[in-house]
Design a protein around this ligand. Structure first.
Ligand code: GDP
Ligand code: IMO
Ligand code: MG
Length: 427
């Protein structure tokens, strides 16, 4: 019953979309299990370049059923736009299904996300403004609207009325914002029922059937482990669980069905939004990485903060997820840098530590201790075989492997599907 999870090992944007599109060739199903359209997964293949916010990145493989699982939160307008774009590109969207248990991002969630961020002032989290915090709060408070509820618009009106009474009181009285019209929201729900209805169904039976018939499923992570609500750099986190536990809860599968847990890491580090980032390079090298790699958010277009590879943070995400393989992406970005650096420990108040602190204020005071390695003389860009990589680039990969304590089984050398080096086959 093999399921393979593809998870972000850092702060998101590790290249999960590219890797899932590549691996989905041998999967029967690709399932998103957490987060929402705060995600932006770039896929470049022979049909073009795509930035998926909700649709699983396996959609271009005609054999792959694509599932938006119960743990995902969906803005229906974003999903419908993505579906329309895919239809125009010739993809077969009839293979897409949306869990009836997944929660819907409503217009008041988006409004509240923005008002809450504004009210935080200098302490803003730097959210994507897509309503993620508010929709997961409502899910936990048991006042959320699920995709299945959209199929029964008659019973939705009275529920929406009581929710909007509460939300509008908060929007207007707490934040001085503009109230949201109940009638407009209700009309929108009916529109979503008509257009998204055909995709909404219970997804667990099909997932279990796939596992029972020994077919493989890719569990597509969104965000990154360091943004996890419990295990990330709280409160500078997202409101879901991008770590391995989230995959089981977000799809309704047993940990026993998971055969491989694959951690995707960039060959350096980035972070978008606020929060501690010990290896951040606030200098010309940081800028050079950003420009060379075009590190601008796939969802919001914001510049991403850049820094050296942080092995302390990586060791931590290896341990909380139990990665069976690591996947190193964007190695080609480092082709022009020498030396290249890896942070192997932190200095905290004069002491050397090799563990990722749980306390925000400790983490904010950590200074990276780095190891320098020589850059390589030949580019790795577009390489597809290990023997074509320069020996110093292999040295860099091997050193990362050593310091994070997890084998690197796949290397990505470019954004396109085929720009991939397989070191060891794991599925
Ligand atoms: P995701 O959110 O983890 O799917 O990652 P994003 O799509 O937000 O950001 C990753 C960026 O890196 C995208 O622009 C990809 O096209 C690009 N990318 C992925 N793998 C590679 C690689 O190996 N080399 C280069 N140069 N770009 C890559
Ligand atoms: P993918 O799947 C990078 C970050 C936001 C912000 C924090 C909280 O493309 O890797 P939210 O809107 O979720 O409440 O914002 O989380 N964030 C991401 N950063 N990649 C992502 O997704 C992210 N999704 C959320 O920038 O700092
Ligand atoms: Mg992204």
């Amino acid at each position: 019953m093999p399921a393979y999870a593809v998870l972000g090992g850092q702060w998101g944007d590790e290249g999960k979309g590219k890797i899932v599109d590549y691996l989905a060739e041998s999967a029967h199903m690709v399932a998103r299990f957490s987060g929402g359209n705060n995600a932006g997964h770039t896929v470049i293949n022979r049909w073009g370049e795509f930035k998926f916010h909700l649709v699983p990145s396996g959609i271009f493989w005609p054999h792959a059923i694509c599932v938006i699982g119960n743990g995902v939160v969906t803005d229906p307008d974003v999903l419908l736009e993505e579906i329309e774009g895919l239809k125009k590109s010739g993809a077969n969207v009839s293979q897409l299904i949306v869990s009836d248990r997944s929660h819907i991002i409503m217009p008041y969630h988006v409004a509240l996300d923005r008002l809450e961020e504004k009210a935080r002032g200098g302490d803003a989290i730097g959210t994507t403004g897509k309503g993620i915090g508010p929709v997961y709060s409502d899910k936990a408070a048991r006042i959320g609207i699920r995709a299945g509820d959209l199929l029964e618009p008659e019973s939705l009106f009275s529920r929406l009325k009581s929710i909007l009474d509460l939300k509008n009181a908060i929007i207007t009285k707490v934040y001085g914002g503009i109230p949201i019209s109940l009638e407009e929201v209700y009309e929108r729900c009916k529109y979503w029922c008509a257009h998204l209805g055909p995709y909404i169904q219970p997804t667990q039976p099909l997932i279990h059937q796939t596992l029972e018939s020994n077919k493989s499923i890719l569990l597509e992570g969104a965000q990154g482990s360091l943004l996890d609500l419990d295990h990330g750099t709280y409160p500078y986190v997202t409101s879901s669980y991008p770590t391995i536990g989230g995959a089981c809860i977000g799809l309704g599968i047993s940990p026993r069905s998971i055969a491989g847990i694959l951690g995707v890491f960039k060959a350096y580090s980035t972070r978008v939004g606020a929060g501690p980032f010990p290896t951040e390079l606030d200098d010309d090298i940081g800028k050079a990485i950003r420009e060379r790699a075009w590190e601008y958010g796939a969802t919001t277009g914001r510049p991403r903060r850049c820094g050296w590879f942080d092995a302390v943070a990586a060791r931590y995400t290896v341990s909380i997820n139990g990665f069976t393989s690591a996947i190193l992406t964007r190695l080609d970005v480092l082709d022009v840098f020498s030396p290249v650096k890896i942070c192997t420990a932190y200095e905290l108040d004069g002491k050397i530590i090799d563990r990722f602190p749980g306390s925000l204020s400790d983490l904010e005071r950590c200074k990276p201790i780095v190891e320098e390695l020589p850059g390589w003389d030949k580019p790795t860009a577009s390489a597809t075989r290990l023997e074509d990589l320069p020996s110093r680039a292999i040295g860099y990969v091997r050193r990362i492997e050593e310091v994070i304590g997890c084998p690197i089984d796949l290397i990505s050398t470019g954004p396109k599907r085929h720009e991939t080096v397989v070191i060891r086959k794991f599925m």
